[in-house]
Structures are given as C-alpha cells and as structure tokens.
Design a protein around this ligand. Structure first.
Ligand code: ATP
Length: 372
C-alpha cells in the first residue's frame, strides 16, 4: 500500500496582493508521485519551486487547483486537515510559551480529549526517542534551537500520524547543530517508521536523510529517485547541477573527430578529453552539447600521466580535501583531490577526466543525452 500518492496535482495562485503571480502561473504543475508506506521522501529544489505549496496541499492548508491526493488508500482532497491523520513540523517552532515542554507535547492530545493516563504514557514514550526527557519541565524560552526543534517533532509524532510532514525543520539551526539534528532525525525516523515528507532546499540534507528525493524546479517534478539515482543518473542538467557540492562541472563542448576517435573540445581552451566509446553512437564531428563531470571524477595525473597539462587558476585547501580550479575558456573546471601537494595558482598539472563518468546534455533543453 502506498503511504502517499500525488496524482496530476496542480496549484495555481490567482493574482493576490503583493505576490506577482498571474493566473497562468502554476506554482505546481502536473505533479505525480508515489511514496511507499514508511518511506522518507525529500522534496528538494530552489526557493520558490513549489515545495511548500505541495506540502501545504497535502496537509489540507492550501486548496488544490486540480488533481488528487491519497494518504494510504484514502482520497483526502476534501478532508479537513485534522481528519487527514498527519503530523506537522514546520520551520517555526510554534510552541505555546506559557506551557512547559510536557504540556506543549501533550497539547493536541488533550484538545482531542485523550485521557490523562494515555497522554502521560505517550509523552513518556516519545520523550526518550526525541531525547527530551530532561526537558519536560522546562519552559520553551529556556530551550536551544535544536531542543525546540526536537520538541516540535515530538509534538508532531505524538499523534501517531499516518504521514509526517516536515518543512525545512533545520533551517533555523547553525552548521553543527544542524548536522547533529540531521543525525537525530534519521535515528528517530528509523524507529518510528512513519511515512515522511521532508521539504528542504539543502541537497546534503536530502541526500543524507531520504529514501527517495523528488527534485522540483518551477513547480515541475524533474526526477524522483533514490539519492544514488539522482546523483549518478540525473535526467537533466538541472538535477545534475543541483545535486552535489561542489556542483557538477557543466561545460559547452564541440566534439571533434581525430583519426578514428572523438574528443570533447572547448572554446578558447586547448583542453581535449577523449569521448568515451559508448557515446560514439550519438556524437559526430562538430556535434555540440554540454558535457558534465563531477569534480571528484577529474583527477590530477602523476608524472607519467597521459593527461593534458593545464595551468591551475584557483587552489583552496579545505583540510581534508583540496579544490583546484582550471580555466576552460570562460568557465572554471573544478576538481577535488586528496593529493597533499600545496599547489599554487599558475602551477601546471596533468588533468585526467574519467570519461566513464561524463554526462552529455542537450544544449537547448538541458535534457540528458544517453548513449543509444
Ligand atoms: N499565497 C500565495 N499567493 C500567490 N503566490 C504564492 C503564494 N504562496 C506561494 N506563492 C508562489 O508560489 C510559488 C511556489 O512557492 P513555494 O512557497 O511553494 O516555494 P518553495 O519551493 O517552498 O520555496 P521556499 O523554499 O522559498 O519556501 C512561488 O512562486 C511563490 O511566490
């Protein structure tokens, strides 16, 4: 049984006050997605791509322009949010300041008339899961951002929802707290096994937490797959460049035939990269497209390397990795290396590109060109 199904989902905002939208603009366009019972799905995309709108439609906080939403096998289009059996954890903590953590966590159950002993049992069951046992008597004002977020999630899951919806729950936290909370969410989700939709614009968060990632741009689902699928097998240039840090190098190229082999060549650069044989069925002499390769698939060749000598334009030492930038025409080709040599701008290195890891994209549409 699917945990969540979105079928041909559309959202169009009518012209409304300050937001400059026209009636023809869809915030969400023909979104189709199926999430299995117990799966953790991340909605990932840049600001304004429609992630929150989709989440709010699932929650029943926003009207649907067209399409259907099923939670389990229930069509919930016309159900009130409180009847959808969902738990919500949004980026603002929305706690009641005059109430203790215990009372905040218990609040929704009390409102539903659940009896006192049952409420106490559930609060005490969830508190260790979210590591808030020691905080139950505290007032919200005394909590750190990470603690508030744990309480916030506890409040969402105490209702034993069929579906947990989280909107950028870590966005208020700084670097370290964010990383720690990410690990905690992973541990907690693993335990409660609740179907979860998690909105984020942070690809690292999506990659590390999710079973599946829905990459969205301009209201349109670009790709839906496991983290490995969207990383290794992106369907287009947008997904390829959005996933990964630093992002995939994407360079305009013309393939040329020399003797019986093809090479990627680049404007205003003498760099030549051998085209892998698997692409010979799609390239030709003078064929133009974009070539993508991840920074870790560009290597610094040793002394006996056959790689092309290239001059280093930028060098950053980040401790456990080094990032080298090579100018290729107007673009910068980035590579990541564990090589401990302290390079400097102007040094010459031999560049080797792992041809088997290159991707080709259509110059106009950005769609992936696959070997035939
Ligand atoms: N109430 C509204 N009225 C009109 N347009 C809206 C409204 N809410 C959102 N939009 C528009 O719908 C589009 C999608 O917004 P949404 O908030 O879903 O994006 P998002 O991907 O969640 O972005 P962010 O990460 O910044 O929250 C945007 O163009 C936004 O301006």
């Amino acid at each position: 049984m699917a945990g969540l199904t979105l079928s041909h989902l559309y959202k169009r905002y009518e012209n409304s006050g300050k937001k400059k939208k026209t009636v023809n603009d869809f915030a969400v366009k023909d979104l189709n997605l199926e999430c299995e019972q117990g799966e953790f799905v991340a909605f990932l995309g840049p600001s304004g791509c429609g992630k929150t709108t989709t989440l709010r439609m699932i929650a029943g906080l926003e009207d649907i322009t067209d399409g259907d939403i099923y939670i389990g096998d229930r069509r919930v289009n016309d159900l009130h949010p409180k009847d959808r059996h969902i738990g919500l954890a949004f980026e603002d903590y929305a706690m009641y300041p005059p109430l203790t953590v215990y009372d905040n966590v218990a609040f929704n159950l009390r409102a539903k008339g659940v009896d006192k002993a049952e409420i106490d049992r559930r609060v005490r069951e969830i508190a260790p899961l979210m590591q808030i046992d020691d905080l139950l008597d505290k007032m919200p004002v005394k909590l750190s951002g990470g603690q508030k977020q744990r309480v916030n999630i506890a409040r969402a899951i105490i209702r034993e929802p069929e579906l947990l919806l989280m909107d950028e729950p870590l966005s208020h936290l700084d670097g370290k707290a964010r990383q720690a909370m990410r690990t905690e969410i992973k541990r907690m989700i693993h335990k409660i096994k609740c179907t979860t939709v998690y909105v984020t614009h942070d690809q690292l968060e999506a990659m590390s937490l999710a079973d599946k990632i829905a990459v969205i741009n301009f209201g349109v689902l670009q790709q839906y797959g496991t983290p490995a699928e969207v990383y290794d097998d992106p369907v287009n240039e947008f997904v390829a460049s959005f996933i990964g840090d630093p992002p995939m190098n994407i360079l305009e190229t013309t393939t040329v035939k020399i003797d019986n082999d093809f090479f990627f060549t680049f404007q205003d650069s003498d760099l030549k990269i051998a085209v892998p044989k698997r692409y010979y069925s799609v390239v030709s002499d003078g064929f133009r497209c974009k070539m993508g390769v991840r920074p870790m698939d560009v290597l610094v060749g040793g002394a006996d390397s056959q790689g092309t000598p290239e001059k280093i334009t930028t060098f950053e030492n980040l401790g456990d990795e080094r990032r080298i930038g090579i100018s290729v025409g107007e673009s910068l080709l980035m590579l990541i290396t564990a090589d401990e040599t302290r390079y400097r701008a102007g040094d010459i290195i031999k560049l080797e590109v792992r041809g088997d890891k290159t991707h080709l994209f259509d110059l106009e549409t950005g769609a992936r060109i696959k070997e035939k």
